[in-house]
Design a protein around this ligand. Sequence first.
Ligand code: FES
Length: 614
Amino acid sequence: MRTSTLTPQETGVGSIHVEALPIDEVVETELVYHQLCLADDFEDLEGKPFHVNGTHLAVFKFEDKFYAVDNRCPHMGYPMSKGSIRDGVLISHWHHWEFDLKSGGCFLAFGDDLKAFPVELRDDGYLYVGLAKGEREAAKRRVIDSGKRSLERGLKDRSTFFIAKAVTALRDAGATPNEIIQQGLHYGAHKSSDGWSSGVAILTLAANLWDDVDPKDHNLFLVHGLSQISRRTTGSARPYRAPFPQVTEEHDLETLKRWFRYFIDKRHSGAAERILLTLNDRDYDKSVLADFVYTAATDYYFTGDGHALDFANKMFEALDYVEWDGAHEILRPIVVDLVSRTRHEETSRWADAVPVLEPVFERLDSIWEENQANEAELDISEFAQVLLGDEFEPTVAVVEEKLRAGVDPRDICRAMTYASAVRTARFHLKNEGDWHDVANIYSYAHALYHAFAYAPSPSLLRGIFHGVVFLAYLRWLNMPAARIPKPGQRIPDETYDSVDKMLARLQEFADFQKVYEAEILVNQYLEEGHDIDPLKQTLSHILLREDAELHMFQVLEVAFRHYDLSEDSEERRMHMLAATRYITAQKLMKNILWSTENAERLARGELLSERDDD
Ligand code: FES
């Protein structure tokens, strides 16, 4: 018989620590018995904590018998050894969950059970607890399973705290981010009758930005996405829809695509969903599904301010991240975005664009043919300036010309993303709540870039022309254009001994909503050639510690990805300045003041375009 040495040692919650290597153990079937302490050390109804081989135990004496359970309350971790016993019922004193002392069974219908362990009182007067040989691993698995149940409950109850607790427990137990993100995506897609929501988009962004963010902020990122999902879901499942029944002679893709576009046009989401599910069921390549969705997303003008295409892109990124596990549910919400979002050809704002773009759209096939047959380079930086022109009509013509010459559509999308970064960096702080517009075009241009890599097609070219028009519409958001830091500009009378100090100062500027100072500092950081990763981590942290909304996450992702794509220092600078400006400015709480000032200026007959530079 080998029995473990008892090494009393006060730890965290005052538990007695039993060293990992038992000297003398009893092996009974799968169990290894560990000596705890003398039975006489216990008073009746008393509970004591122990820590044995990584397992936290609460041991009790009740009516001359001894019982051991996991010392962590499955609700929120209260130490069970501090609980009390009433008629054989063990009570956790934090929120009064009650458990059967013998079995650990929870009296709450939805509560998790406590794991119970056998205890023996031996002839030597000592108590011995039996732990399964693989108890550590088993405990880990229990924590992961219970964490997943807690996460589901937190999502259902819309409790950020429960979500955070579940995420922390899951990650501590070794659950991968993929497992947590997959559960969130599935819940978000399944438990809502809405479209692709901001929460699932943020979770996808968490996956995309995982390596850019300080690992200390990883849990926080997950909680952001999951808590937004909880706010946008009702807890009741989307009604089930099946793919079409299998037949010997399946429909060809041309017919299915024609039907898909037809039903999206008629805003018949159920029919369109079934076609998408049928494609998935028949194992068509993901590029086929993407082609259907991207085509429908660009069939109408800038659908949903670009969100239909942007969310379609996020959906395919998410599906790839989870390797298309659960695709049946994850694919469904996007159809809601395709059928229900604003089609801008129906709005008066876009009325002047329709007669310009329609003839171009008639020529899409020939533009595509020439594009594929030719090859030409594009100066991204120079072309971004063309896209920033005031009138869209001449720009539309130049874009067609470039495409026919064989310029890669992705390069035009990159130039559009760069131009959108300029729109954001030049956005006047005192504009009236149009921040979403600049974020939308920035994220849209990036989504289009990605879509051309994923499923290039002539239809997708329409998305480029939609973006060109919207960029021109946004020109007034840069009137007057906000100043941007000049080369070599520094904060007066400030020097920093180290990069850490510089980044700490950046956080302070963000805290005190000093947008321009934050930009000057980022400009200095880039000019001095410091490592980009700590700057990315700091900007992410500034965002993550706020109750940030989707657009801020989107801007961050686009800025980071296009910084990485470019080798041009000015283009890189503009992306990082756009992210800095967007993130720090969102904290400004002076809209009432500025709206009143703007109204007073107008009443005095002044032009808003002549406001102070900011
Ligand atoms: S922690 Fe035990 S009931 Fe809440």
